[in-house]
Design a protein around this ligand. Structure first.
Ligand code: GAR
Length: 208
């Protein structure tokens, strides 16, 4: 049985689909704890509705970014996680944190990386006039939004789109690719070589 912890800051829609997949697909894993850095995050209620314990670590209660990261690191260490899942966790993590969980720390980003790293990805995609947009699940490294790509999901961009419409379409594909990537990880099907992720036995890491 593998231990998963999930870090959120907001709505928690990815948290919800992950908890549903765990329950419905009978993963040999349990989400031992959800960590959240915002007291007003709607995702807190989702964790509670699934009976998952929550630790609220409000970053504003810490004098420095390092102090917050240190506390988060030691709280998560005590869960002895096999996998740390960032699901809309909107804090940049320190190099020490990322290095400690290297190879077992994954994130979902709302763009087709390496396009549009950082914030406001839907606005950036519309501004660039791209016709395809999407989401990426990747291993986290100390460079922001750059780690090895595990899965990508693609959505069309329409000429009537606005950031809200586009974000809804991207979230729908996120809800497919994130549980899938986690399932591969839990089944030890993910292999990382020279910064490239493959899944064994081979299957598409591209979704649309
Ligand atoms: C998701 O769209 C995720 O890709 C994004 O936050 C959203 C969280 O939604 N993450 C980032 O922007 C990380 N840089 P959720 O709270 O409904 O899962």
């Amino acid at each position: 049985m593998k231990n998963i912890v999930i870090l959120i800051s907001g709505k928690g829609s990815n948290l919800k689909v992950i908890l549903e997949a765990q329950r419905e697909q009978g993963w040999d894993a349990r989400v031992t704890r959800v960590f959240c850095n915002r007291v007003d995050a709607p995702g807190l209620a989702i964790a509670e509705s699934f009976g998952v314990p929550v630790t609220l670590l409000n970053h504003q209660d810490f004098a420095t970014r390092d102090a917050f990261d240190q506390s988060l690191l030691s709280e998560i260490q005590s869960e002895q996680p096999d996998l740390v899942v960032l699901a809309g966790f909107m804090r940049i993590l320190s190099r020490e944190f990322v290095d400690y969980f290297a190879g077992r720390l994954i994130n979902i980003h709302p763009s087709l990386l390496p396009s549009f790293p950082g914030l406001n990805t839907h606005q950036a995609a519309l501004k660039a006039g791209v016709k395809w947009h999407g989401a990426t699940v990747h291993f986290v490294t100390s460079e922001l939004d750059v780690g090895p790509i595990i899965a990508q999901g693609v959505v069309p961009v329409h000429n009537y789109d606005n950031p809200h419409l586009l974000s809804e379409r991207v979230q729908a594909i996120e809800h497919i690719i994130y549980p899938k990537a986690i399932e591969w990880f839990l089944k030890d099907q993910i292999f990382l070589q020279d910064g490239i992720v493959s899944v064994i036995p081979p299957q598409s890491q591209f979704f649309y």
